[in-house]
Design a protein around this ligand. Structure first.
Ligand code: GLU
Length: 561
Protein backbone atom coordinates (compact mmCIF):
# COMPACT_ATOMS: atom_id res chain seq x y z
CA UNK A 1 0.00 0.00 0.00
CA UNK A 2 1.39 3.42 -0.85
CA UNK A 3 0.03 6.82 -0.02
CA UNK A 4 0.50 10.33 -1.35
CA UNK A 5 3.22 11.01 1.15
CA UNK A 6 5.34 8.08 -0.06
CA UNK A 7 4.99 9.32 -3.59
CA UNK A 8 5.96 12.82 -2.56
CA UNK A 9 9.09 11.51 -0.81
CA UNK A 10 10.10 9.49 -3.87
CA UNK A 11 9.43 12.38 -6.20
CA UNK A 12 11.60 14.68 -4.10
CA UNK A 13 14.62 12.36 -4.29
CA UNK A 14 14.00 11.57 -7.96
CA UNK A 15 14.00 15.29 -8.76
CA UNK A 16 17.15 15.84 -6.77
CA UNK A 17 18.96 12.98 -8.46
CA UNK A 18 17.84 14.27 -11.85
CA UNK A 19 19.02 17.80 -11.08
CA UNK A 20 22.42 16.53 -9.95
CA UNK A 21 22.87 14.36 -13.04
CA UNK A 22 22.01 16.57 -15.99
CA UNK A 23 18.27 15.83 -15.92
CA UNK A 24 18.49 12.04 -15.90
CA UNK A 25 17.74 10.42 -12.55
CA UNK A 26 19.06 6.92 -11.98
CA UNK A 27 16.28 4.70 -10.53
CA UNK A 28 18.75 2.54 -8.57
CA UNK A 29 20.28 5.58 -6.92
CA UNK A 30 16.84 6.89 -6.04
CA UNK A 31 15.82 3.50 -4.52
CA UNK A 32 18.99 3.60 -2.41
CA UNK A 33 18.34 7.13 -1.26
CA UNK A 34 14.65 6.58 -0.44
CA UNK A 35 15.31 3.41 1.57
CA UNK A 36 18.43 4.85 3.17
CA UNK A 37 16.72 7.97 4.43
CA UNK A 38 13.42 6.21 5.33
CA UNK A 39 14.17 2.88 7.01
CA UNK A 40 10.46 2.30 7.61
CA UNK A 41 10.06 1.68 3.86
CA UNK A 42 12.59 -1.11 3.81
CA UNK A 43 10.12 -3.85 4.61
CA UNK A 44 8.08 -2.63 1.67
CA UNK A 45 10.95 -2.51 -0.83
CA UNK A 46 9.27 -4.93 -3.22
CA UNK A 47 6.24 -2.73 -3.44
CA UNK A 48 8.08 0.57 -3.52
CA UNK A 49 10.73 -0.21 -6.13
CA UNK A 50 8.33 -0.32 -9.12
CA UNK A 51 6.71 2.87 -7.86
CA UNK A 52 10.12 4.55 -7.76
CA UNK A 53 10.84 3.38 -11.30
CA UNK A 54 7.64 4.87 -12.59
CA UNK A 55 8.12 8.18 -10.79
CA UNK A 56 11.72 8.39 -12.01
CA UNK A 57 10.72 7.91 -15.62
CA UNK A 58 8.05 10.56 -15.21
CA UNK A 59 10.60 12.98 -13.74
CA UNK A 60 13.12 12.18 -16.47
CA UNK A 61 10.62 13.32 -19.08
CA UNK A 62 10.68 16.84 -17.60
CA UNK A 63 13.25 19.37 -18.89
CA UNK A 64 16.08 20.00 -16.43
CA UNK A 65 14.95 23.49 -15.64
CA UNK A 66 11.49 22.31 -14.69
CA UNK A 67 12.95 19.58 -12.52
CA UNK A 68 15.05 22.18 -10.73
CA UNK A 69 12.09 24.49 -10.37
CA UNK A 70 9.89 21.73 -8.97
CA UNK A 71 12.57 20.68 -6.50
CA UNK A 72 13.16 24.29 -5.50
CA UNK A 73 9.50 24.60 -4.63
CA UNK A 74 9.62 21.48 -2.45
CA UNK A 75 12.92 22.18 -0.69
CA UNK A 76 15.40 24.63 -2.18
CA UNK A 77 18.21 23.41 0.10
CA UNK A 78 18.14 20.12 -1.83
CA UNK A 79 19.37 21.94 -4.93
CA UNK A 80 22.90 22.06 -3.59
CA UNK A 81 25.02 19.11 -2.68
CA UNK A 82 25.90 18.81 0.97
CA UNK A 83 29.38 20.03 1.66
CA UNK A 84 31.72 17.72 3.51
CA UNK A 85 31.88 18.68 7.16
CA UNK A 86 34.99 20.45 8.35
CA UNK A 87 37.42 17.77 9.40
CA UNK A 88 39.58 19.80 11.71
CA UNK A 89 38.93 21.55 14.96
CA UNK A 90 41.36 23.48 17.13
CA UNK A 91 42.30 21.77 20.40
CA UNK A 92 40.77 22.95 23.67
CA UNK A 93 42.67 25.60 25.62
CA UNK A 94 43.86 24.78 29.13
CA UNK A 95 41.77 26.23 31.95
CA UNK A 96 39.27 27.83 29.59
CA UNK A 97 35.82 28.49 30.98
CA UNK A 98 32.92 29.57 28.87
CA UNK A 99 32.41 33.30 29.27
CA UNK A 100 35.71 33.70 31.08
CA UNK A 101 38.20 33.79 28.25
CA UNK A 102 39.89 37.10 27.36
CA UNK A 103 42.30 37.14 24.46
CA UNK A 104 44.03 39.77 22.43
CA UNK A 105 45.62 40.52 19.13
CA UNK A 106 48.40 43.04 19.20
CA UNK A 107 49.17 44.47 15.78
CA UNK A 108 51.76 47.17 15.28
CA UNK A 109 50.20 49.96 13.18
CA UNK A 110 52.93 50.06 10.54
CA UNK A 111 50.57 49.27 7.66
CA UNK A 112 47.49 47.21 6.89
CA UNK A 113 47.43 43.48 7.65
CA UNK A 114 48.97 40.90 5.34
CA UNK A 115 48.35 37.17 5.03
CA UNK A 116 50.93 36.45 7.76
CA UNK A 117 49.03 38.56 10.29
CA UNK A 118 45.75 36.85 9.55
CA UNK A 119 46.84 33.72 11.38
CA UNK A 120 47.04 35.24 14.85
CA UNK A 121 43.83 37.18 14.21
CA UNK A 122 41.82 34.15 13.10
CA UNK A 123 43.11 31.82 15.81
CA UNK A 124 42.36 34.22 18.64
CA UNK A 125 38.96 35.03 17.16
CA UNK A 126 38.14 31.32 16.82
CA UNK A 127 38.92 30.67 20.48
CA UNK A 128 37.05 33.71 21.73
CA UNK A 129 34.02 32.58 19.75
CA UNK A 130 34.29 29.05 21.02
CA UNK A 131 34.41 30.11 24.68
CA UNK A 132 32.07 33.10 24.24
CA UNK A 133 34.84 35.33 25.55
CA UNK A 134 36.17 38.77 24.71
CA UNK A 135 38.75 39.78 22.12
CA UNK A 136 40.86 42.89 22.58
CA UNK A 137 42.59 44.59 19.66
CA UNK A 138 45.59 46.35 21.10
CA UNK A 139 47.48 48.68 18.79
CA UNK A 140 51.11 48.46 19.77
CA UNK A 141 52.45 51.80 18.63
CA UNK A 142 55.44 52.21 20.91
CA UNK A 143 57.97 52.63 18.13
CA UNK A 144 57.21 56.06 16.63
CA UNK A 145 59.53 55.44 13.70
CA UNK A 146 57.51 52.47 12.50
CA UNK A 147 54.02 53.90 12.43
CA UNK A 148 51.81 54.63 9.48
CA UNK A 149 49.01 56.80 10.85
CA UNK A 150 46.58 55.32 8.33
CA UNK A 151 47.14 51.86 9.76
CA UNK A 152 45.01 52.74 12.81
CA UNK A 153 42.04 52.78 10.41
CA UNK A 154 43.17 50.17 7.91
CA UNK A 155 43.75 47.36 10.42
CA UNK A 156 40.21 47.47 11.88
CA UNK A 157 38.86 47.40 8.31
CA UNK A 158 40.98 44.35 7.54
CA UNK A 159 39.86 42.61 10.75
CA UNK A 160 36.29 43.39 9.92
CA UNK A 161 36.62 41.89 6.48
CA UNK A 162 38.25 38.79 7.99
CA UNK A 163 35.22 38.39 10.21
CA UNK A 164 37.26 38.88 13.38
CA UNK A 165 34.98 40.20 16.09
CA UNK A 166 36.77 42.73 18.27
CA UNK A 167 35.03 43.49 21.58
CA UNK A 168 37.37 46.18 22.79
CA UNK A 169 40.23 48.24 21.39
CA UNK A 170 43.17 49.92 23.07
CA UNK A 171 46.10 51.97 21.84
CA UNK A 172 49.35 51.74 23.72
CA UNK A 173 50.35 55.36 23.10
CA UNK A 174 47.41 56.30 25.35
CA UNK A 175 48.91 54.28 28.17
CA UNK A 176 52.47 55.52 28.61
CA UNK A 177 51.84 56.82 32.15
CA UNK A 178 50.74 53.32 33.15
CA UNK A 179 53.98 51.81 31.85
CA UNK A 180 56.01 54.55 33.58
CA UNK A 181 54.31 53.95 36.95
CA UNK A 182 54.90 50.25 36.78
CA UNK A 183 58.53 50.70 35.84
CA UNK A 184 58.95 53.04 38.80
CA UNK A 185 57.52 50.37 41.07
CA UNK A 186 59.99 47.85 39.68
CA UNK A 187 62.81 50.33 40.41
CA UNK A 188 61.52 50.72 43.97
CA UNK A 189 61.46 46.96 44.38
CA UNK A 190 65.05 46.81 43.14
CA UNK A 191 63.97 44.78 40.12
CA UNK A 192 64.80 47.43 37.51
CA UNK A 193 67.62 49.88 36.89
CA UNK A 194 68.61 52.73 34.63
CA UNK A 195 71.64 51.86 32.58
CA UNK A 196 73.86 54.51 31.00
CA UNK A 197 76.48 52.11 29.67
CA UNK A 198 77.24 51.91 26.00
CA UNK A 199 74.69 49.44 24.51
CA UNK A 200 77.31 47.13 23.02
CA UNK A 201 79.29 47.01 26.26
CA UNK A 202 76.14 46.21 28.22
CA UNK A 203 75.24 43.35 25.87
CA UNK A 204 78.77 42.01 25.99
CA UNK A 205 78.76 41.97 29.79
CA UNK A 206 75.45 40.09 29.73
CA UNK A 207 76.92 37.53 27.38
CA UNK A 208 79.65 36.99 29.94
CA UNK A 209 77.08 36.78 32.73
CA UNK A 210 78.50 39.94 34.30
CA UNK A 211 76.52 42.79 35.82
CA UNK A 212 77.08 46.23 34.35
CA UNK A 213 78.18 48.99 36.80
CA UNK A 214 74.68 50.54 36.82
CA UNK A 215 72.83 47.38 37.86
CA UNK A 216 73.98 47.46 41.47
CA UNK A 217 73.56 51.19 42.18
CA UNK A 218 71.25 52.00 45.13
CA UNK A 219 67.52 52.42 44.57
CA UNK A 220 67.67 56.19 45.27
CA UNK A 221 70.19 56.67 42.49
CA UNK A 222 68.06 54.56 40.14
CA UNK A 223 64.99 56.69 40.92
CA UNK A 224 66.89 59.94 40.33
CA UNK A 225 68.12 58.61 37.01
CA UNK A 226 64.64 57.38 36.22
CA UNK A 227 63.13 60.85 36.73
CA UNK A 228 65.78 62.22 34.48
CA UNK A 229 65.01 59.56 31.85
CA UNK A 230 61.31 60.42 31.82
CA UNK A 231 61.84 64.18 31.77
CA UNK A 232 64.08 64.12 28.71
CA UNK A 233 67.40 64.42 30.51
CA UNK A 234 69.11 61.81 28.33
CA UNK A 235 69.81 61.81 24.63
CA UNK A 236 68.78 58.93 22.39
CA UNK A 237 71.03 56.01 23.35
CA UNK A 238 72.14 57.85 26.51
CA UNK A 239 70.17 55.67 28.92
CA UNK A 240 67.67 52.83 29.09
CA UNK A 241 65.49 51.43 31.85
CA UNK A 242 66.19 47.73 32.28
CA UNK A 243 64.22 44.96 33.98
CA UNK A 244 66.41 42.57 35.94
CA UNK A 245 66.05 38.87 35.33
CA UNK A 246 68.85 36.46 36.07
CA UNK A 247 72.19 37.70 34.80
CA UNK A 248 73.37 34.09 34.67
CA UNK A 249 70.26 32.75 32.97
CA UNK A 250 71.28 29.81 30.72
CA UNK A 251 69.41 31.46 27.85
CA UNK A 252 71.36 34.68 27.11
CA UNK A 253 68.28 36.23 25.48
CA UNK A 254 66.55 36.18 28.84
CA UNK A 255 69.28 37.99 30.81
CA UNK A 256 68.02 41.51 31.77
CA UNK A 257 65.92 43.23 29.09
CA UNK A 258 65.29 46.82 28.10
CA UNK A 259 61.99 48.26 29.32
CA UNK A 260 62.19 51.89 28.18
CA UNK A 261 64.45 53.73 25.77
CA UNK A 262 64.81 57.33 24.62
CA UNK A 263 63.40 58.19 21.18
CA UNK A 264 63.58 61.70 19.76
CA UNK A 265 61.39 60.99 16.74
CA UNK A 266 57.93 62.55 17.18
CA UNK A 267 55.00 60.18 17.59
CA UNK A 268 52.11 60.58 15.11
CA UNK A 269 49.59 60.57 17.97
CA UNK A 270 51.41 62.09 20.92
CA UNK A 271 53.95 64.27 19.14
CA UNK A 272 56.80 65.29 21.46
CA UNK A 273 54.95 64.64 24.72
CA UNK A 274 57.09 61.62 25.62
CA UNK A 275 60.76 60.94 25.23
CA UNK A 276 60.85 57.55 26.96
CA UNK A 277 59.29 54.78 24.89
CA UNK A 278 58.34 51.39 26.30
CA UNK A 279 59.77 48.29 24.71
CA UNK A 280 57.39 45.49 23.76
CA UNK A 281 58.10 43.18 26.71
CA UNK A 282 57.25 45.85 29.25
CA UNK A 283 54.06 47.15 27.70
CA UNK A 284 52.82 43.73 26.59
CA UNK A 285 53.22 42.17 30.05
CA UNK A 286 51.60 45.11 31.86
CA UNK A 287 48.72 45.28 29.41
CA UNK A 288 48.10 41.55 29.33
CA UNK A 289 47.68 41.70 33.10
CA UNK A 290 45.68 44.93 33.37
CA UNK A 291 43.39 43.91 30.52
CA UNK A 292 42.67 40.59 32.17
CA UNK A 293 44.05 38.47 29.33
CA UNK A 294 43.59 34.81 30.22
CA UNK A 295 45.08 33.11 27.16
CA UNK A 296 47.83 34.25 24.80
CA UNK A 297 48.05 32.48 21.46
CA UNK A 298 50.96 33.75 19.39
CA UNK A 299 53.85 32.58 17.24
CA UNK A 300 56.94 30.75 18.41
CA UNK A 301 58.95 33.87 17.63
CA UNK A 302 57.63 35.17 20.98
CA UNK A 303 58.96 32.27 23.07
CA UNK A 304 61.83 34.29 24.55
CA UNK A 305 59.50 37.24 25.08
CA UNK A 306 57.25 35.02 27.14
CA UNK A 307 60.21 34.06 29.33
CA UNK A 308 61.06 37.75 29.82
CA UNK A 309 57.48 38.82 30.43
CA UNK A 310 57.07 36.13 33.08
CA UNK A 311 59.59 38.01 35.25
CA UNK A 312 57.32 41.06 35.31
CA UNK A 313 54.36 38.86 36.26
CA UNK A 314 56.50 37.34 38.99
CA UNK A 315 57.69 40.68 40.49
CA UNK A 316 54.14 41.98 40.76
CA UNK A 317 52.73 38.65 41.90
CA UNK A 318 50.29 38.56 39.01
CA UNK A 319 48.65 35.41 37.72
CA UNK A 320 50.10 34.53 34.34
CA UNK A 321 47.93 33.89 31.30
CA UNK A 322 48.10 30.49 29.61
CA UNK A 323 50.61 30.83 26.78
CA UNK A 324 50.55 28.99 23.44
CA UNK A 325 53.17 29.40 20.74
CA UNK A 326 52.41 27.97 17.34
CA UNK A 327 55.14 27.20 14.82
CA UNK A 328 56.46 29.70 12.33
CA UNK A 329 55.05 29.84 8.86
CA UNK A 330 57.06 30.51 5.75
CA UNK A 331 54.97 32.24 3.11
CA UNK A 332 56.67 31.89 -0.28
CA UNK A 333 56.23 34.10 -3.34
CA UNK A 334 54.64 37.02 -1.57
CA UNK A 335 55.65 40.60 -0.95
CA UNK A 336 54.77 41.02 2.72
CA UNK A 337 57.24 43.46 4.15
CA UNK A 338 55.32 46.60 5.03
CA UNK A 339 58.31 48.86 4.48
CA UNK A 340 58.90 47.40 0.99
CA UNK A 341 55.28 47.80 -0.03
CA UNK A 342 55.25 51.32 1.33
CA UNK A 343 58.38 52.16 -0.61
CA UNK A 344 56.80 50.61 -3.73
CA UNK A 345 53.70 52.74 -3.32
CA UNK A 346 55.81 55.85 -2.89
CA UNK A 347 57.88 55.14 -5.98
CA UNK A 348 54.80 54.36 -8.05
CA UNK A 349 55.75 50.70 -8.53
CA UNK A 350 52.62 49.59 -6.65
CA UNK A 351 49.19 51.06 -7.19
CA UNK A 352 48.38 50.98 -3.47
CA UNK A 353 48.10 48.69 -0.47
CA UNK A 354 45.73 46.48 -2.46
CA UNK A 355 48.18 45.94 -5.32
CA UNK A 356 47.64 42.31 -6.37
CA UNK A 357 51.37 41.65 -6.39
CA UNK A 358 51.47 42.07 -2.62
CA UNK A 359 50.29 39.68 0.07
CA UNK A 360 48.09 42.17 1.90
CA UNK A 361 44.60 41.32 3.07
CA UNK A 362 43.43 44.10 0.78
CA UNK A 363 45.02 42.46 -2.24
CA UNK A 364 43.44 39.11 -1.40
CA UNK A 365 40.05 40.71 -0.96
CA UNK A 366 40.41 42.39 -4.31
CA UNK A 367 41.20 39.10 -5.98
CA UNK A 368 38.08 37.43 -4.69
CA UNK A 369 39.75 35.37 -1.97
CA UNK A 370 37.06 34.87 0.66
CA UNK A 371 37.67 35.34 4.39
CA UNK A 372 36.09 31.91 5.01
CA UNK A 373 38.93 30.34 3.02
CA UNK A 374 41.59 32.22 5.00
CA UNK A 375 39.90 31.17 8.23
CA UNK A 376 39.70 27.56 7.22
CA UNK A 377 43.36 27.60 6.21
CA UNK A 378 44.53 28.71 9.64
CA UNK A 379 42.12 26.58 11.61
CA UNK A 380 43.30 23.53 9.70
CA UNK A 381 46.93 24.55 10.24
CA UNK A 382 46.26 24.40 13.99
CA UNK A 383 48.44 25.69 16.83
CA UNK A 384 51.13 23.03 17.01
CA UNK A 385 54.65 24.32 17.55
CA UNK A 386 55.97 22.76 14.31
CA UNK A 387 57.02 25.19 11.61
CA UNK A 388 54.99 25.07 8.43
CA UNK A 389 55.22 26.07 4.81
CA UNK A 390 52.32 28.13 3.51
CA UNK A 391 50.77 26.81 0.33
CA UNK A 392 48.97 29.23 -1.94
CA UNK A 393 47.63 26.24 -3.85
CA UNK A 394 45.93 24.95 -0.70
CA UNK A 395 44.47 28.36 0.06
CA UNK A 396 43.22 28.56 -3.52
CA UNK A 397 41.68 25.11 -3.16
CA UNK A 398 39.82 26.22 -0.06
CA UNK A 399 38.75 29.39 -1.79
CA UNK A 400 37.49 27.35 -4.71
CA UNK A 401 35.31 25.43 -2.26
CA UNK A 402 34.05 28.75 -0.95
CA UNK A 403 33.24 30.46 -4.25
CA UNK A 404 32.59 27.72 -6.79
CA UNK A 405 28.92 27.49 -5.95
CA UNK A 406 28.25 31.22 -6.18
CA UNK A 407 30.40 31.94 -9.22
CA UNK A 408 28.51 31.80 -12.50
CA UNK A 409 30.35 30.64 -15.60
CA UNK A 410 31.22 32.85 -18.53
CA UNK A 411 33.46 32.95 -21.55
CA UNK A 412 36.48 35.23 -21.66
CA UNK A 413 38.41 35.45 -24.89
CA UNK A 414 41.94 36.77 -24.58
CA UNK A 415 43.55 38.48 -27.59
CA UNK A 416 40.47 37.92 -29.73
CA UNK A 417 40.72 36.76 -33.35
CA UNK A 418 37.69 37.23 -35.60
CA UNK A 419 35.96 34.56 -37.65
CA UNK A 420 32.86 34.95 -39.77
CA UNK A 421 30.84 31.81 -40.35
CA UNK A 422 29.27 30.71 -43.62
CA UNK A 423 27.02 27.85 -44.59
CA UNK A 424 24.23 28.47 -42.10
CA UNK A 425 21.55 30.98 -41.08
CA UNK A 426 21.30 32.16 -37.48
CA UNK A 427 22.99 29.88 -34.95
CA UNK A 428 21.46 29.41 -31.53
CA UNK A 429 22.93 27.93 -28.39
CA UNK A 430 22.53 27.87 -24.66
CA UNK A 431 24.86 27.26 -21.74
CA UNK A 432 24.00 27.05 -18.06
CA UNK A 433 25.07 29.91 -15.81
CA UNK A 434 26.27 27.22 -13.42
CA UNK A 435 26.35 23.50 -14.14
CA UNK A 436 25.16 22.62 -10.61
CA UNK A 437 22.40 25.21 -10.65
CA UNK A 438 20.08 24.77 -13.58
CA UNK A 439 17.51 26.84 -11.69
CA UNK A 440 19.66 29.93 -12.26
CA UNK A 441 18.90 29.66 -15.96
CA UNK A 442 21.27 29.94 -18.86
CA UNK A 443 23.09 32.17 -21.27
CA UNK A 444 21.16 32.20 -24.55
CA UNK A 445 23.14 32.73 -27.70
CA UNK A 446 21.98 33.81 -31.10
CA UNK A 447 24.64 34.48 -33.70
CA UNK A 448 23.27 36.00 -36.87
CA UNK A 449 24.05 38.47 -39.66
CA UNK A 450 27.62 37.87 -40.72
CA UNK A 451 27.71 35.31 -37.88
CA UNK A 452 30.85 36.81 -36.40
CA UNK A 453 32.59 35.16 -33.48
CA UNK A 454 35.86 35.79 -31.70
CA UNK A 455 38.13 33.14 -30.24
CA UNK A 456 41.46 33.63 -28.49
CA UNK A 457 44.64 33.99 -30.52
CA UNK A 458 45.89 30.76 -28.98
CA UNK A 459 42.74 28.83 -29.90
CA UNK A 460 42.86 30.37 -33.34
CA UNK A 461 46.29 28.82 -33.90
CA UNK A 462 44.99 25.46 -32.74
CA UNK A 463 42.00 25.85 -35.08
CA UNK A 464 44.22 26.54 -38.07
CA UNK A 465 46.39 23.54 -37.27
CA UNK A 466 43.54 21.08 -36.64
CA UNK A 467 41.11 22.33 -39.27
CA UNK A 468 38.17 21.68 -36.97
CA UNK A 469 37.05 23.25 -33.72
CA UNK A 470 34.02 23.30 -31.47
CA UNK A 471 32.59 26.60 -30.22
CA UNK A 472 31.41 25.52 -26.82
CA UNK A 473 27.63 25.33 -26.44
CA UNK A 474 27.12 26.62 -30.00
CA UNK A 475 28.40 24.62 -32.97
CA UNK A 476 31.38 23.09 -34.75
CA UNK A 477 33.48 24.96 -37.32
CA UNK A 478 35.66 23.95 -40.19
CA UNK A 479 38.70 26.13 -40.66
CA UNK A 480 38.73 28.79 -43.38
CA UNK A 481 38.08 32.47 -44.00
CA UNK A 482 35.23 32.64 -43.51
CA UNK A 483 34.98 29.54 -41.34
CA UNK A 484 32.43 26.95 -42.31
CA UNK A 485 29.58 25.82 -40.08
CA UNK A 486 30.06 22.10 -39.36
CA UNK A 487 26.94 21.08 -37.46
CA UNK A 488 26.49 20.67 -33.75
CA UNK A 489 27.49 17.08 -33.18
CA UNK A 490 29.34 16.68 -29.87
CA UNK A 491 31.07 13.55 -31.07
CA UNK A 492 33.72 15.75 -32.73
CA UNK A 493 35.16 16.07 -29.22
CA UNK A 494 35.79 12.34 -29.14
CA UNK A 495 37.62 12.72 -32.43
CA UNK A 496 39.97 15.18 -30.77
CA UNK A 497 38.41 18.54 -31.69
CA UNK A 498 39.13 21.24 -29.12
CA UNK A 499 36.14 22.94 -27.46
CA UNK A 500 36.86 26.63 -27.10
CA UNK A 501 35.29 29.67 -25.51
CA UNK A 502 34.03 32.33 -27.85
CA UNK A 503 32.09 35.57 -27.91
CA UNK A 504 29.91 37.11 -30.58
CA UNK A 505 29.83 40.54 -32.08
CA UNK A 506 28.19 41.80 -28.90
CA UNK A 507 31.28 40.85 -26.85
CA UNK A 508 32.21 43.38 -24.19
CA UNK A 509 35.70 44.73 -23.76
CA UNK A 510 37.35 43.23 -20.71
CA UNK A 511 40.57 43.56 -18.78
CA UNK A 512 41.73 40.83 -16.47
CA UNK A 513 44.34 41.88 -13.94
CA UNK A 514 46.65 38.93 -13.24
CA UNK A 515 48.47 38.28 -9.91
CA UNK A 516 51.80 39.29 -11.47
CA UNK A 517 50.37 42.70 -12.29
CA UNK A 518 50.03 42.08 -16.02
CA UNK A 519 46.73 42.72 -17.76
CA UNK A 520 45.03 40.30 -20.15
CA UNK A 521 42.87 42.21 -22.59
CA UNK A 522 39.98 40.45 -24.21
CA UNK A 523 36.26 40.16 -24.70
CA UNK A 524 33.59 38.69 -22.47
CA UNK A 525 30.06 37.69 -23.27
CA UNK A 526 27.63 40.51 -22.50
CA UNK A 527 25.76 38.49 -19.85
CA UNK A 528 28.67 39.28 -17.50
CA UNK A 529 27.33 42.83 -17.32
CA UNK A 530 24.39 41.60 -15.27
CA UNK A 531 26.72 40.29 -12.54
CA UNK A 532 27.20 42.90 -9.87
CA UNK A 533 30.45 42.56 -7.90
CA UNK A 534 31.28 39.12 -6.60
CA UNK A 535 33.17 36.40 -8.40
CA UNK A 536 32.66 34.52 -11.65
CA UNK A 537 34.47 31.69 -13.33
CA UNK A 538 35.87 32.44 -16.74
CA UNK A 539 35.75 28.95 -18.18
CA UNK A 540 39.10 27.32 -18.79
CA UNK A 541 40.87 30.35 -17.26
CA UNK A 542 39.82 30.51 -13.67
CA UNK A 543 37.97 32.49 -11.06
CA UNK A 544 37.97 36.24 -11.03
CA UNK A 545 36.37 39.04 -9.09
CA UNK A 546 34.50 41.64 -11.07
CA UNK A 547 35.91 44.91 -9.90
CA UNK A 548 34.11 47.16 -12.35
CA UNK A 549 31.18 46.19 -14.52
CA UNK A 550 29.94 48.33 -17.38
CA UNK A 551 28.91 50.36 -19.14
CA UNK A 552 30.42 48.63 -22.13
CA UNK A 553 33.43 47.30 -20.24
CA UNK A 554 34.43 44.88 -17.53
CA UNK A 555 37.46 45.02 -15.24
CA UNK A 556 38.15 41.83 -13.41
CA UNK A 557 40.87 40.66 -11.04
CA UNK A 558 42.12 37.11 -11.35
CA UNK A 559 41.83 34.94 -8.25
CA UNK A 560 43.14 31.50 -9.18
CA UNK A 561 42.37 28.58 -11.46
N1 GLU B 1 52.99 43.71 18.83
C1 GLU B 1 53.66 42.47 18.78
C2 GLU B 1 54.00 42.09 17.37
O1 GLU B 1 53.39 42.61 16.47
C3 GLU B 1 52.85 41.33 19.33
C4 GLU B 1 53.03 41.17 20.75
C5 GLU B 1 52.45 39.89 21.28
O2 GLU B 1 51.70 39.20 20.59
O3 GLU B 1 52.76 39.60 22.42
O4 GLU B 1 54.89 41.28 17.18
Amino acid sequence: MTDDNTEAVIRKYALQNAVFFKGAANPKAVVGKVLGENPEYRSRAAEITPLIESIVSEVNRMPLEEQAKALGEIDSSMLTREKKERAYELPELRAAVEGGVVMRIAPGPSGPLHIGHTRVSILNDEYVRRYKGRLIARYEDTNPEKIDPEAYDMIPEDLDWLGVKVHESAVQSDRFEIYYDHTRRLMEMGEAYVCTCDGDDWRKMKEEQRECPCRGLPVETQLERYDRLLSGGYEEGGAVAVVKTDIAHPNPAVRDFVALRVVAHPHPRTGDRYRAYPMMNLSVAIDDHLMGVTHVVRGKDHLNNTLRQEYIFGYFGWKKPEYYHYGLVNIPDAVLKTSLIKEGIRSGEYAGWDDVRTGTVRAMRRRGIRPEAVRRYWVESGIKPVDIQFSWENLYGMNRDAIDDVSNRYFFVADPVRYDIEGVGAIEGRAPLHPDHPERGGRDYRVEGSRTVFISAEDSKAFAAAGLIRLKDLCNLEYGTPAKHAGNDLSVLKRGAKAVQWVGRDGVRAELLMPDGSVQAGLVEPAVLSEKGGTVQFERMGFARLEEVGPGMVRAVFAHR
